[in-house]
Design a protein around this ligand. Structure first.
Ligand code: HEM
Length: 360
């Protein structure tokens, strides 16, 4: 049988068309063809315009440190999820990162009302579960568009170095679903330590059990260490959180319980500004143990992208629109900071840590 011949110009035209389509797809994804469409680079560029570029650092939650430990599952999580991390008597190694939000890696710890903990679980079957949690049970905004609008409204005024209060007030007036977050922050004092802070995954996820049934869940880690409020003395120490953590870890490991909260039918899974009622079922799935901290410039968390959509079999994203936006924005931030590390742009920064800050 003879193969049909295709003329050379036709072949070249087909190749050119394929390349052109791929280029157009990339251009569309990057937002070049639709400049009015909100994209992840728009969000990250706005962080950089507002707060400058700090080479090698995350564009948000820039100030932080790495921690290591493990999760001991008690088997209760199998009620809702078949993920290997919830199997009875299962110990899963964890690479974590404590941080505070904001783009300035030298910001004083007391300058923001939120702390964060990100975790990467390395499951025995080779899968990973990554999560980034904040110390508030709700998020300020419901949609990526609102997140972007809030970022634009928060741009520091060059005269004061702070956001223009009128622009921020206008944003809050136009976005009343920011109210539960603002209410929570204004009625809860800051913690004195990462160790006595509860951290919330905030977004909803869908867990699948061994029988294939699905359950909408949220998770949080609740510390064994009793809560104490930030002191007046701590407010004057820019790096008290890292120093406090070192002191506590020198005395032994720190523990949190991993709690899964199960939604009832009708609870919203697409709105991180709303808590579910307190009466929802809570499953204590086991104990998170953190035993060692290291500076983020050399610790294992440095090159981790805590993308909340990296999930093992048995957990998957919900319909919350923030999840896809987080995944896309974290990837852009990760690409820029790791490129800066690779090209040496970040070296000068790490070579000259600020006095008294052991975890830059
Ligand atoms: C559209 C919404 C959001 C955007 C655009 C956004 C943006 C970012 C960016 C750019 C980073 C740096 C990522 C990196 O370079 O590795 C980051 C880190 C982080 N975000 Fe978000 N975020 C959003 C929503 C949230 C929500 C809802 C939570 C809480 C559940 C959250 C918690 C965190 C945490 C804990 C980190 C630090 C992760 C680490 O330690 O590496 N973010 N965020």
């Amino acid at each position: 049988m003879t193969r049909p011949t295709i003329c050379v110009p036709c072949r070249l035209a087909a190749i050119a068309a394929a390349v052109g389509c791929a280029a157009a797809a990339f251009a569309w994804t990057a937002g070049w063809l639709t400049p009015e469409r909100l994209t992840a680079p728009h969000i990250i560029n706005t962080f950089e315009r507002n707060y400058g570029v700090h080479p090698g650092y995350r564009r948000n939650h820039a100030k932080g440190l790495c921690v290591e430990g493990w999760f001991d599952s008690n088997g209760n999580g199998t009620d809702v999820s078949r993920a290997a991390v919830f199997a009875p008597q299962q110990r899963t190694p964890v690479i974590g990162r404590f941080a505070i939000p904001g783009s300035n890696p030298s910001a004083p710890d007391a300058s923001v009302p939120v702390r964060s903990l990100a975790l990467l679980f390395r499951l025995s079957d080779g899968e990973q579960w990554r999560t980034g949690m904040n110390s508030t049970p709700v998020f300020a905004v419901h949609t990526p568009q609102q997140f972007y609008a809030q970022l634009v409204a928060s741009k520091p005024d060059p005269a004061t170095g702070k956001p223009d209060p009128q622009k921020l007030a206008a944003f809050f007036r136009a976005n009343p679903d920011t109210q539960p977050f603002r209410q929570w922050v204004s009625t809860h004092p800051q913690s004195s330590s990462f160790a006595n802070t509860a951290f919330y995954g905030i977004n909803a996820f869908i867990a699948t059990d061994a029988a294939g049934a699905t359950h909408a869940v949220r998770w949080q880690v609740v510390p064994d260490t009793p809560f104490e409020a930030e002191t007046a003395a701590q407010k004057t120490q820019p790096d008290f959180l890292a120093n406090d953590l070192d002191t506590r870890l020198a005395a032994g490991p720190l523990r949190w319980h991993l709690i899964l909260t199960v939604a009832a039918p009708g609870d919203p899974t697409d709105d991180a500004t709303q808590q579910w009622p307190d009466t929802r079922e809570r499953i204590d799935a086991g104990t998170l143990v953190l035993q060692q901290a290291s500076p983020q410039s050399e610790g294992q968390c440095r090159d981790v992208n805590y993308d909340p959509t990296v999930l093992p079999d048995g957990l998957k994203p919900s319909d919350d629109p923030l999840l896809a936006a987080r995944s896309a924005a974290y990837a852009v931030s990760f690409n820029r900071r790791t490129r800066e590390e690779a090209t040496g742009a970040a070296q000068a920064m790490h070579a000259a840590p600020s006095p008294g800050d052991p975890h830059r």
